[in-house]
Design a protein around this ligand. Structure first.
Ligand SMILES: Nc1nc2c(ncn2[C@@H]2O[C@H](COP(=O)(O)OP(=O)(O)O)[C@@H](O)[C@H]2O)c(=O)[nH]1
Ligand SMILES: [Mg+2]
Ligand SMILES: [Zn+2]
Length: 195
């Protein structure tokens, strides 16, 4: 498993943060993820992103239109990435960033600006492995009745219990199930890995 530090950046906070969005932010923080609130428009949190990327190799990953390229432009005056013109009738926006591209920063870091999540190839994973990528699920696994529990419908599953009693955010468990189903459905598309 790669040891990649994940930080969640919530951009466009100049629009405000809804109650629902706040629940996601709190949920991710309760799991242990660092969540940064930024706004490229009113220059909020830009310094924090700059500091995080200093001397490191980072990647911006997220849906088209969330402001990845704008953020990149904001943290480094030498960079001038094209920014999407999103329109209200097209949630997807125009795909201005067509390919992932690595930028060298003045702070000694590098940032990979990516066009979006799907292009990242994160779906090429064994469905049995997925549980290890959810830290809160991974931590609870030893408490499950079965050692090889996949936390979908097994009896004595500590993860299902924790999701039901609010010990871990329910939306995360639902995300786990959704991705699990996708990976399970695609299991024949991939070559089996050498064990
Ligand atoms: N209101 C607001 N708009 C922003 C912010 N950051 C980016 N945008 C706008 O969002 C649109 C998409 O930005 P872009 O950087 O191309 O997104 P990307 O597809 O993730 O690279 C552009 O019209 C930006 O001007 C922000 O913090 N606040
Ligand atoms: Mg972009
Ligand atoms: Zn379980």
């Amino acid at each position: 498993m790669q040891q990649i530090n994940t930080v969640i950046v919530v951009n466009k906070t100049d629009y405000g943060i809804s109650e629902e969005e706040q629940e996601y932010i709190d949920g991710y923080r309760s799991i242990g993820y660092e969540v940064l609130e930024t706004s490229v428009k009113v220059k909020k949190g830009i310094e924090a992103v700059k500091e995080l990327t200093e001397g490191k190799i980072s990647a911006f990953v997220g849906n088209s239109g969330v402001g990845k390229s704008s953020l990149l432009n904001a943290i480094d005056r030498n960079i001038n990435q094209k920014v999407n013109e999103t329109s209200t009738y097209s949630l997807k926006g125009k795909h201005t960033t067509k390919q992932a591209r690595l930028f060298g920063l003045l702070n000694g870091g590098y940032i990979l600006d990516t066009p979006g999540i799907r292009e990242f190839g994160m779906w090429n994973m064994d469905f049995e492995e997925l549980k290890n990528f959810f830290p809160e699920i991974y931590r609870l696994s030893p408490k499950c009745r079965y050692r090889n529990c996949l936390h979908t419908d097994e009896p004595g599953c500590a993860v299902i219990e924790a999701a039901e009693n609010g010990e871990i955010p329910l939306f995360r468990y639902e995300n786990y199930l959704k991705i699990f189903e996708t990976l399970y459905g695609n299991r024949h598309l991939y070559f089996t890995k050498d064990k």
